[in-house]
Design a protein around this ligand. Sequence first.
Ligand code: SF4
Length: 151
Amino acid sequence: MLHACGYAGKTRDAAAPTGHRLIRSLRRGDTASPESSYRSEADMKCETSVSRRRLLQRLMLGVSLAPVAASALRTARAATPAPLLPVDAPEAKAVHYVENASDAREAKPGSNCANCGLYQGANGSARGPCSLFPGKDVKAAGWCSSWAPQL
Ligand code: SF4
């Protein structure tokens, strides 16, 4: 006989109380008796099957939602630009960073952050990350002594 959860095994245990014995036990209020706490083998297998199915469903849902969550996180990060590197920060001073390459006497003509190999901003962007200063943006028009040509 097929159980409600799909279990096709035995649905009635040999030790199961008959209807009369169970009713008598319930009338006596004998809640601690094995009869009143009796659960059939089919019920227990069904519970195990259902909880295993729920666990698998939750795992599959988690796996399928992970890329969506990662994408949302990336979008949120992209929407919030990193703070600009202050020119007076010690790490900026160490490499003579300026926000306008024309202010740097050492800069080769035409060189700036936008055409530096370490610049990670999008083409045409006014600012973007630089691998030299993690967590900070530099101005595309800026320059520092670590400027290197793009490969
Ligand atoms: S390393 Fe390149 S991108 Fe970074 S601040 Fe210096 S010139 Fe600009």
